[in-house]
Every structure is written in C-alpha cells, then in structure tokens.
Design a protein around this ligand. Structure first.
Ligand code: COA
Length: 183
C-alpha cells in the first residue's frame, strides 16, 4: 500500500482528521499533548516532563514523526494524536522499527489510535522496515494492548516489574511484535 501525507480520514464519530508528517510547527502542540500523557503516568517511562532537548530527542531527532489534527469546538485545529517511528536498533538490526503513540484524552475511543497504528504500519513498510517491536507496553495499559493486538501484534514476553507506579508498586511491561512481511 502506497501512502502519501497528508492523509484525510474520519473518526468513528464522523470527525474529520488530517494526518501529517510533523514539522517544526508541530513541536509546540506535541509538547503540550505529551505533557498530558506524562502527567497521566500510565503509558510512558518519563516520570516528569523532560527538558526541551530530551523531548526533541525522544519525539523528533532521527525519527519520522506523524501528527493528527482535528477541528476543535471553536473551529480551530488541534493536535489530537501523534506517533514517532524509528529503528529500534542500528546497523544489522535497523530494519526492526519501534514506534510510540499518543492520543489526547478527549479524542480516545473514536478510532484515532487505530488510524495512527494502521498508518504507522503502512509507513514503516514503505520506509523498508521488516517488522515493528514495542519494547515497553505497560501490562496494565489494557486499551493499548487491545489496540496493538487488533493491529496484529503478539506479546512476545513480559518484563517482570519493569515499571514503577505512582503508588510505589511495580507492574510488568510487555514486549509486542509484528512482522511487516505479510502486509
Ligand atoms: C492507547 C491509545 C493510543 C489508544 O488510542 P484510541 O484513539 O483511544 O484508540 P482507538 O479508539 O482506535 O481504540 C481503542 C480501543 O481500546 C478499547 N479500550 C479502551 N479502553 C479500554 C479498556 N479500559 N479496556 C479494554 N479496552 C479498552 C476500545 O474499546 C477500542 O477498541 P475497539 O475499537 O475494539 O472498541 C490511547 O489510549 C492513548 O494515547 N493512551 C495513552 C498513551 C498510550 O497508552 N500509548 C501507547 C503506549 S504502548
């Protein structure tokens, strides 16, 4: 499947969404969105918001970053979700991709995660990746695990007690994998 950005689509509730390759102007809205995700503390390893350089490193440097925009109530556009895509390892294993996803709380359960996930798989294939691995899917993040399984990922293993929770206890993290050779 050949993919070209921007992609125009509709969410389950009929909201139009535009999926774009992120550029400089997307840094600020993505930082605001990622701040919410870090504050939730349910899905990413950061336990405090990273400084600007670390944020740029995590979300942009050496990565393909994709953002989804939707019209807000006032008719302006707002960033509702994003993903990054990169090699998980260098050199001989660079054809194994890794990706990270976020959807704004107000825009969840409308199919945006699925749209971004399906877009990532097609884009990864187009960029020459042979597979995708997620290294750290929090075991208690049932929405994410459900979504990745729906997109064809399989849990390879669990990393016992990998993630410290806000209450000081620990949860496992799943390693999830999907080949792109059958796409
Ligand atoms: C995971 C995430 C990206 C999903 O985005 P989304 O836009 O809500 O995804 P979708 O609407 O396409 O699909 C969500 C699916 O999860 C299901 N779901 C939602 N909450 C659930 C829950 N508590 N338990 C089980 N399933 C749940 C929905 O029913 C839906 O499945 P369905 O389409 O079969 O009904 C979003 O919740 C998010 O950004 N979370 C915080 C960041 C994160 O977890 N990133 C991924 C890290 S691995």
């Amino acid at each position: 499947m050949s993919l070209s950005f921007p992609i125009e689509a509709k969410l389950k509730d009929g909201s139009p969404v535009q999926v774009v390759l992120a550029d400089h102007q997307d840094i600020e809205p993505l930082r605001d969105l990622y701040r919410i995700i870090v504050e939730e503390g349910m899905s990413y390893p950061h336990d405090r918001f990273p400084n600007q350089d670390d944020f740029i490193d995590y979300w942009f440097r050496g990565k393909s970053t994709v953002a989804a925009y939707v019209p807000d109530h006032a008719g302006a556009v707002t960033m509702a979700g994003a993903f990054y895509l990169k090699s998980n390892w260098p050199g001989r294993a660079r054809q194994v991709a890794n990706a990270g996803f976020i959807v704004a709380p107000d825009w969840r359960n409308k199919g945006l995660g699925w749209l971004l996930g399906a877009t990532m798989l097609a884009y990864a294939k187009q960029l020459g990746y042979r597979s995708v691995i997620f290294n750290l899917v929090f075991a208690e993040n049932v929405a994410a695990r459900h979504l990745w399984e729906k997109l064809g990922f399989k849990a390879l293993s669990a990393i016992p007690g990998a993630v410290r929770k806000n209450d000081g206890t620990y949860q496992d993290a799943m390693i999830m994998f999907r080949s792109l050779l059958d796409q």
